[in-house]
Ligand binder design. Structure first.
Ligand SMILES: *[C@@H]1O[C@H](CO)[C@@H](O)[C@H](O)[C@H]1NC(C)=O
Ligand SMILES: *[C@@H]1O[C@H](CO)[C@@H](O)[C@H](O)[C@H]1NC(C)=O
Length: 314
């Protein structure tokens, strides 16, 4: 066992230039990265996904890329100005499901006043709920937020939002998929009303790196290769068939049929239009600045956050 190691001293060691990507591994949103690595990535070495997110870019210099919703991106960028958003993996129009039947009797967003609404505080889901209710004139104090967890596959356990909607612990809940789809199914589509508005809120699940990584020529070449592979993946996702739904279902522990049912809520974008993304970032940063007790960032600072040089190079 010792001899091969002596003959090939580097053969058993990971390459120093492997691309390291920190991302959630539980959600549909992350799966294009796994698909890109499996089918398309041709960098100088391997690429690996590890559990984490954009916060790791700030705390661990061995991480080259990270994926997260724009909410976490903005929170980190506020304190680490070297972070850059370089690609949009997916934009997800979250849904809020409410019980339209007794006892909640929700027929419109305005009916959510005074209700118990499930979500996960501190995440993009909480921002979504806050923005949806604000769009109907319902302020933060005029409803209660009840914390619950997600469910990826039925049957959903007792602490999950679909189970809480079913037994009346919440009147409604809003979060990323597939929990909302499973919540609708738990109470029956005829007893559910669904609210969704991509203008009011959509998750902008993005890929991030740092200026340090971008200014290292070898690293930049691998980042470009990875984004090129992601772009080919988004093309596959935009023309998804049963084998793609199964790939995604296997990665995140869902049923392929449920993946297909929520597919249309995900837009596999890649790039962005400044006039569509900037207003969302400016607004959201103002909200986050309040809850994080800091000054909002200037428009110029938010523009520096967005770096199109990698997309332009693919
Ligand atoms: C979505 O929200 C926008 C702004 O928040 C509003 O102008 C628009 O009417 C809403 N669309 C629907 C279908 O409610
Ligand atoms: C489904 O899509 C994948 C990826 O584009 C492709 O390789 C495969 O041939 C397709 N399968 C069918 C049955 O069309």
């Amino acid at each position: 066992m010792y001899l091969p190691y002596l003959l090939f001293p580097f053969a058993l060691l990971p390459s120093l230039s492997a691309l390291k990507i920190a991302t959630s591994l539980q959600w549909i949103e992350h799966t294009p990265q796994a698909y890109a690595i499996q089918y398309f990535y041709k960098g100088s070495s391997s690429a690996t996904l590890s559990s984490g997110g954009v916060a790791n870019l700030a705390s661990d210099s061995s991480i080259d890329l990270a994926a997260n919703a724009e909410t976490q991106g903005l929170k980190q960028y506020a304190n680490h100005k070297s972070i850059r958003l370089i690609y949009i993996i997916t934009e997800v129009s979250y849904r809020l499901v409410a019980r339209s039947s007794s006892p909640a009797n929700v027929q419109s967003l305005a009916d959510l006043k005074g209700k118990k609404i499930g979500s996960i505080p501190g995440t993009s889901a909480a921002i979504f709920v806050q923005r949806m209710l604000a769009s109907a004139g319902i302020g933060d104090g005029a409803y209660s937020i009840v914390s619950g967890s997600v469910c990826m596959k039925a049957p959903c356990g007792s602490g999950t939002l679909p189970a809480m909607l079913k037994d009346g612990r919440v009147d409604a809940f809003g979060i990323w998929e597939p929990a909302v789809e499973l919540g609708i199914r738990a109470i029956g589509a005829d007893k559910a009303i669904v609210f969704q508005n991509a203008t009011t809120y959509r998750e902008v699940y993005s890929l991030y790196t740092t200026t340090d990584k971008l200014s290292d020529p070898g690293k930049r070449a691998d980042i470009v290769a990875f984004v090129r592979a992601l772009d080919r993946t988004l093309d596959v996702y935009n023309h998804a068939n049963a084998s793609v739904y199964s790939f995604v279902a296997d990665r995140v522990g869902m049923d392929a049929e449920v993946v297909q049912a929520v597919w249309a809520d995900h837009k596999w974008s890649g790039t962005w239009k400044d006039d569509e993304l900037m207003p969302l970032l400016v607004d959201e940063d103002e909200m986050l600045a309040k809850s994080d007790r800091r000054a909002p960032m200037s428009r110029a600072e938010l523009e520096t956050f967005l770096d199109t040089s990698v997309i332009e190079a693919i």
